[in-house]
Design a protein around this ligand. Structure first.
Ligand code: ZN
Length: 245
């Protein structure tokens, strides 16, 4: 079965910094998280594609087209919120989506929400919106808004390496669960080949040497020399005599 493909889409980039606040740029946080999640997913049997892996501007159309072109099994857009609130929320498209999209989002959302709530952070809930990347992607898709960059309490978490590692772990765990992918076990060590029986090689001179060693013949005759009846009879008699002993 072909490997499943997940597209991680770090929001914003390049000339578009996204939300800004508390000395943080959304485009940098989204890329950092995407890279951390991609690294963690490297331990699983899944192909991870990032819409961007550097500080590049990408249109929303390009992001959705990328996921459609690589025939992703799942699309996750990663963002940081702004506007003075606090907490975590997730979105799926508010138009017609199949039930799978909703079910996968719920599982992913719950995994991340459980993590943020362990830090006393609010779960703002599972939401729907008419976001272009959710509308234009052909596969189950979700957009997460991790905390509020312009709220000091949330920004402090966004600057906390341990929290961000935990957030990356939680997103990874959620994706592993909804994609149902296995951890990659280390490649088995090649078992040594059993020794192959050596192919017998026809060695006429060797055969003559064996008879000399056994005392059946006495001289190292050329292998293709003719044999007289007398020589042949003498060889037979020596074999018969050696069997009597
Ligand atoms: Zn954003």
């Amino acid at each position: 079965m072909a490997k499943k493909i997940i597209v991680l889409d770090p929001g914003h980039g390049g000339k578009d910094p996204g939300a800004v606040g508390n000395d943080l740029l959304e485009k940098e946080i989204t890329l950092m998280i995407a890279r951390k999640v991609a690294k963690r997913l490297g331990n699983y049997d899944v192909t991870v594609r990032l819409t961007r892996d550097d500080d590049t501007f990408l249109s929303l159309d390009a992001r959705a087209a990328f996921a459609n072109n690589v025939k992703a099994d799942y699309y996750l857009s990663i963002h940081v919120n702004a506007g003075g609130g606090t907490g975590f929320e997730s979105f799926i498209y508010n138009g017609p989506v199949n039930s799978v999209t909703g079910n996968l989002r719920t599982a992913l959302h719950q995994t991340i929400a459980t993590f943020v709530k362990s830090y006393g952070i609010v779960d703002r809930g599972e939401k729907k919106a008419n976001f272009a990347v959710l509308r234009q992607t052909n596969m189950p898709a979700c957009l997460i808004e991790m905390l509020f960059i312009d709220t000091a309490k949330d920004a402090a978490f966004l600057k906390d390496d341990e929290f961000m590692r935990g957030m990356s772990d939680a997103i990874t765990a959620g994706l592993v669960q909804i994609l149902n992918v296995e951890a990659v076990t280390p490649a088995p060590q090649p078992t040594p080949e059993p020794p192959q029986p050596s192919t017998p090689v026809w060695n006429p001179q060797g055969e003559i040497q064996k008879l000399i060693d056994a005392g059946i013949i006495f001289n190292n005759h050329p292998a293709d020399a003719p044999v007289t009846w007398g020589e042949f009879a003498a060889v037979i008699n020596r074999i018969l005599n050696s069997n009597k002993q």
